[in-house]
Design a binder for this molecule. Structure first.
Ligand SMILES: C[S@@+](CC[C@H](N)C(=O)[O-])C[C@H]1O[C@@H](n2cnc3c(N)ncnc32)[C@H](O)[C@@H]1O
Length: 399
């Protein structure tokens, strides 16, 4: 088939891929562009790195059946097939699927280019992702769409095997972060938070929505990793058909009230049968948001395994260095409570804007949990109370 569009070669994860030539000035950030019906976004290399590591670290089945449901050039699924066999000593069987026939042709060429044989360990299929997920069952389903993953959730719940992994990308971050509240309410049945905490609140809203949507279908969708980077949210869940587990997960869905004076978040259990907004303890001027997921979003032991797997064959590009950096921050954040305090807000209370590293060290010395957060370069995750933080920033020696 003539692809009718110029292609160029890129290297990622030790593989070589043909991708469409796209006319963008800064390709290292942002959502990327389609060309000739085909798509490639170099900015997502970091996410493809993290995904290779996450799946390799979490594998239970030696020969998993993987679906790259929206594969575009096939780069993602081909990387899983190649790299997981080296990192996790498995023989994955990977299906690359896309609704666009030019993308499918490109994916097939890229599989051959990377010594994978279509029809054997890799299959290329042209059709709606929703259809294939209703027809077959997979150990891993990766949904990496334009915009939200919401249109693919119900079919992913059908297509996943018990104990399998569903990974989702959402690039509608502005919606979930409260810039477009009407859309946020329609799409996620939630209200976003428009302040320093917006990215964490937005990610937790999207996760909470997926958990609720799965519970409707007696499926327990348990978050294993969620992070925000650049223009997208990325989430990994284990999925099991368990009514009781699904019910238990709903105990982590709350609505919140953000107090702009202290930066604190009060919360009340979300109950669809009554308006939690009326019962939430609110201070004057507080902003309500949610429902959102309050449970863990980073599984510490998985992140440690991922760090130990960082492959030697990755070129030392900016994106691979950034991958190692974000894994370091995520491992610090694992087990910390939801939301963070901003050094600027602490400064407003005390009149002094403290250095983040100083505060973290002092808090740890005083026996509190404290860490950086990938959500903000000025954010501190801690279990210390507001008064403690204000006191500390005024006079660090008092600790
Ligand atoms: C953001 S791109 C995927 C990028 C790719 N996963 C990667 O890492 O490079 C989204 C792709 O989804 C395809 N697509 C859109 N709607 C689809 C659907 N309902 N079923 C299957 N593919 C679809 C588009 O043709 C496009 O190639």
């Amino acid at each position: 088939m003539d692809l009718k569009h110029p292609l160029r070669e890129v290297c990622e994860g030790g593989g070589r891929f043909l991708v469409p030539v796209v006319n963008i000035t800064d390709a290292s950030k942002g959502p990327g562009k389609k060309a000739g019906g085909m798509f490639y976004n170099p900015a997502m290399e970091l996410d493809r790195n993290i995904s290779v590591l996450f799946f390799s670290a979490s594998l239970k089945n030696k020969d998993p059946h993987i679906l790259d449901a929206l594969c575009a050039s096939g780069i993602r699924g081909i990387r899983y097939a190649r790299e997981m066999s080296m990192l996790a000593d498995t023989s994955p069987c990977t299906t690359l699927n896309d609704a666009n026939r030019f993308s499918c042709e490109l994916a097939e060429r890229n599989a051959l280019r990377n010594s994978l044989s279509p029809g054997e360990n890799i299959h290329v299929r042209c059709g709606k992702a929703q259809a294939i997920m209703c027809e077959e069952r997979f150990d891993i389903i990766d949904i990496d769409p334009y915009g939200p993953a919401v249109p693919f959730l119900d079919s992913a719940f059908q297509g996943i095997k018990h104990g399998g992994i569903i990974s989702l990308t959402a690039t509608d971050t502005a919606t979930a972060c409260g810039t477009y509240q009407t859309t946020c309410r329609r799409r996620y049945q939630a209200t976003g938070l428009r302040n320093t905490l917006r990215h964490e609140a937005g990610l937790r809203i999207v996760i909470g929505h997926a958990v609720r949507r799965a519970a409707e279908q007696d499926m327990a969708l348990e978050p294993m990793l969620g992070y925000w980077y650049d223009h997208y949210f990325r989430m990994f869940f284990t999925a099991s058909r368990s009514l009781s587990r699904a019910r238990k997960l709903l105990e982590h869905i709350f609505v919140g009230a953000y107090d702009p004076n202290t930066g604190e978040v009060a919360k009340t259990l979300w109950n669809p049968a009554e308006s939690a907004w009326d019962t939430i303890p609110k201070t004057r001027g507080a902003t309500t948001f949610g429902p959102y997921w309050t449970g863990e979003i980073i599984n510490g032991s998985t992140i440690s395994t991922m760090k130990s797997l960082l492959p030697s064959w990755w070129d030392r590009t900016d994106k691979t260095k950034a991958t190692a950096r974000i894994l370091d921050i995520l491992s610090e954040e694992a087990g910390m409570p939801p939301f963070f305090r901003d050094t600027n807000d602490i400064g407003k209370m005390s009149g002094v804007v403290p250095k983040r590293a100083d505060i973290i060290n002092r808090l740890k010395e005083a026996g509190f949990a404290a860490s950086r957060t990938h959500f903000s370069p000025t954010g501190i995750k801690t279990n210390a109370a507001t008064e403690m933080l204000a006191e500390l920033s005024k006079n660090p020696q008092t600790f």
